[in-house]
Write a protein that binds this ligand. Structure first.
Ligand code: ATP
Length: 312
């Protein structure tokens, strides 16, 4: 009898913006203690997983040439980690992963983590695993600290290395303009630069995230705009001084406020509403301060099978 090959599964997964990111001192294990408020936004990657005789990864779209297709690809690591977790090996775990990227590579928007989360959700469906989203989140945390958030999406407070998540109530849809830079920034390099700046002097640190959580529940973008903050911003700007101009240009174009997302270099501008976001995007695109401009809204859900409701 012929074995039935399941059809490929496509998963859409969002990028994240850090609305607030507080970085503690360097820990003995080499990590920094973080407290961050994440929001998942409508800028997405699409990941297709399929049973294949020739396993591997293909990458198309945004930044395709700078994404590794071998064992270093985070989506590929997700295949291996989930296969080991559920005891699949050899032909049983042979899959092809196709990434269609919309999220900028090394942009501070956790695109690689998003692909890993999408791969986990896709494989759970392809392999018909009886696995909850919470169990997938445990596997996700092994792959990287931003991977669990990409599974859940929405708005959440992340602590530890960012992987311990608590959902945050967000009553409103917020409208964003995203400015992509010419090149990415390496996350470890940005943390090193922050350690260097802190060793030299003590650059100001963002305060508590509590007011941000309150502003999210009130749903007022003007209140939230006053509270956006990122301890990594000074380090990202130190490595990429042009970001100062980009941040200024977004506010001059009519955004309520701008912030570097995560380790940068993508800048995220909060706008009053959808219409204002389009106007800010058009003006920013003409200002010559970035490579590409996108509008997005958030919060949006985490990794979901496209056209299906059978994801865990
Ligand atoms: P971080 O989550 O560290 O903030 P980021 O959002 O700045 O990361 P990513 O797009 O996740 O950046 O990529 C960081 C690096 O990871 C890239 O330079 C690339 O070499 C590598 N990488 C591995 N897998 C992927 C993937 N699936 N997509 C993009 N980059 C990947």
């Amino acid at each position: 009898m012929l074995a039935v090959v399941p059809p490929p599964v496509t998963v859409r997964v969002p990028a994240k913006i850090n609305l607030h990111l507080s970085v503690g001192d360097l820990r003995a294990d080499g990590y920094h203690e973080l407290a961050t408020v994440f929001q998942a936004v409508s800028l997405t990657d699409e990941v297709t997983v399929a049973v294949a005789e020739e396993p591997g990864v293909e990458v198309y779209g945004e930044g395709q040439d700078s994404v590794p297709t071998g064992a270093d690809n985070l989506a590929w690591r997700a295949v291996q980690t989930l296969a080991a977790h559920v005891g699949r090996s050899g032909g049983e775990a042979a899959v092809r992963v196709v990434l269609n990227k919309g999220i900028p590579v090394a942009g501070g928007m956790a695109g690689g983590s998003a692909d890993a989360a999408a791969t986990l959700v896709g494989l759970a469906s392809l392999w018909r695993l009886d696995i909850s989203r919470d169990e997938l989140a445990d596997v996700a945390a092994e792959l990287g600290s931003d991977v669990p958030f990409a599974l859940y999406g929405g708005t959440a407070l992340g602590t530890g290395r960012g992987e311990q998540l608590v959902p945050v109530l967000s009553r409103h849809t917020f409208h964003w303009v995203l400015a992509f830079d010419q090149r990415g920034l390496s996350t470890p390099r940005v943390y090193q630069e922050l350690d260097r700046l802190r060793a030299q002097g003590d650059p100001p640190r963002v305060g508590s995230h509590d007011p941000v959580v309150e502003a999210l529940s009130s749903g007022d973008p003007r209140q939230l705009a006053l509270l956006l903050g990122n301890d990594l911003q000074a380090a990202a700007v130190s490595l990429r001084p042009g970001l100062r101009r980009t941040l200024r240009a977004g506010v001059n174009a009519g955004a309520l406020a701008g912030t570097v997302s995560g380790s940068g270099p993508t800048c995220a501008f909060l706008c009053t509403d959808a219409e204002s976001a389009l106007a800010v995007a058009a003006e920013l695109a003409g200002a010559g301060v970035c490579r590409t401009v996108r509008v997005a809204h958030g919060p949006v859900p985490g990794a979901r099978v496209v056209g299906g409701d059978d994801s865990p």
